[in-house]
Design a binder for this molecule. Structure first.
Ligand code: SF4
Length: 348
């Protein structure tokens, strides 16, 4: 065992995290759900979602049997919704192709929708005690600092170098404590900003610390201006009901319920008449809000429109009229939730 791994294991046992809701189990389903939720999301945000999700979908079979809409509803607000769609698809694959039993073979785990190499390794280590290498964002940061690896870890060359390093450090035993230790160190002491090096079990051998370059590593992503996009969200209102449309199954907010959208500068009263056969009376626009995606920033102008007269094209597939309170309980993205909450507060 390397000095790196033995010190990490000792530290994890004494100071690491031991009581998270998805720990102290070897149930691969429970571990898998947690690993998917923890991709791109902080532990504190995941805890509440995880408990509710596991209550509603306690087994692979229960998840596979649910509708995609219900799965998305339990993911609503967590973001990165392709994770939920893949989780649901993978549960169905496990039922259809693996007799409802989570596979143990590493390549088979990795072939499931939404499970990359690092996630497959975390599941295989925690559930089946296999010796496998994880390399998520936190682990990349620990390794890049400890071994003073130059270059942005997002490039294939640096990523390959980090995978080789991570593989060379693997212990042959104590995989659970080691894998958890890497995750814990990256999430707690070796955090992105203000790392607590003086408490770190790897301090004596840390190159970044020795070279006083902890704040410079890992090398940040080369800066590029984030593209900005603008959209108008049409909030069609009748009485206390609001219309939501189901978005296409893939892409941004795929499969979620949202407001119809128009490009800025469009004449929405004409377009609403053509698209929905409704005559509408515009209300005062709500304050603009912005939402950051990985690759762009979206500026949203929420435009309430009161529908005049009978609804000519209601009940079309993929459209629902819901009370604002019911709409808040649907599978909706965060900006739609914020707009609905504003409507509720303003008593529209
Ligand atoms: S000494 Fe500091 S920079 Fe190095 S691994 Fe530990 S916390 Fe990270």
């Amino acid at each position: 065992m390397t000095d790196f791994s033995s010190r990490l294991i000792v530290w994890q046992k004494q100071h690491g995290r031991h009581d998270l809701p998805w720990q102290n189990t070897t149930d691969p389903y429970a571990i898998w759900v947690s690993e998917i939720m923890l991709q791109q999301t902080q532990v504190t945000a995941v805890i509440g979602y995880y408990s509710k999700f596991m209550q509603r979908f306690p087994t692979i079979a229960a998840l596979a049997d649910a509708t995609q809409d219900e799965v998305l509803q339990h993911w609503s607000g967590l973001g990165y919704y392709s994770r939920a769609r893949n989780l649901h698809n993978a549960a169905q694959t496990i039922m259809d192709e693996h007799g409802g039993v989570f596979p143990q073979d590493f390549a088979t785990i990795q072939a499931l929708p939404g499970i990359g190499r690092s996630t497959a390794a975390a599941i295989a280590s925690f559930a089946f005690n296999q010796v496998q290498t994880i390399l998520d964002g936190n682990v990349k940061r620990v390794l890049a600092r400890h071994f003073a690896v130059e270059g942005w870890p997002g490039t294939p060359k640096i990523e390959k170098e980090l995978w080789s390093l991570a593989e060379s450090l693997l212990p042959k035993t104590e995989m659970v404590a080691y894998t958890q230790g890497l995750m814990d160190l990256g999430a707690t002491l070796c955090s992105r900003s203000r790392p607590q090096c003086l408490n770190c079990p790897l301090l004596a051998s840390c190159q970044a610390y020795r070279q006083q370059r902890v704040n410079q590593l890992p090398t940040p992503k080369p800066r590029k201006a984030t593209p900005e996009k603008h959209t108008i969200m049409l909030i069609l209102l009748q009485g206390d009901s609001v219309m939501l449309e189901k978005r296409p199954p893939s892409g941004i907010w795929g499969g979620l319920w949202s407001f119809p959208e128009l490009e800025q500068g469009s004449d929405y009263t004409d377009i609403v008449q053509q698209r929905f056969g409704m005559s509408v009376c515009p209300q005062k626009a709500l304050p603009e809000l912005s939402h950051a995606f990985t690759h762009f920033k979206l500026h949203i102008t929420p435009q309430p429109l009161q529908v005049n007269g009978p609804l000519a094209k209601t009940g079309e597939p993929g459209q629902v009229w819901l009370s604002i309170a019911d709409a808040l309980g649907a599978a909706i993205p965060t900006p739609v939730r914020k707009i609905l909450q504003t409507l509720l507060i303003e008593g529209t």
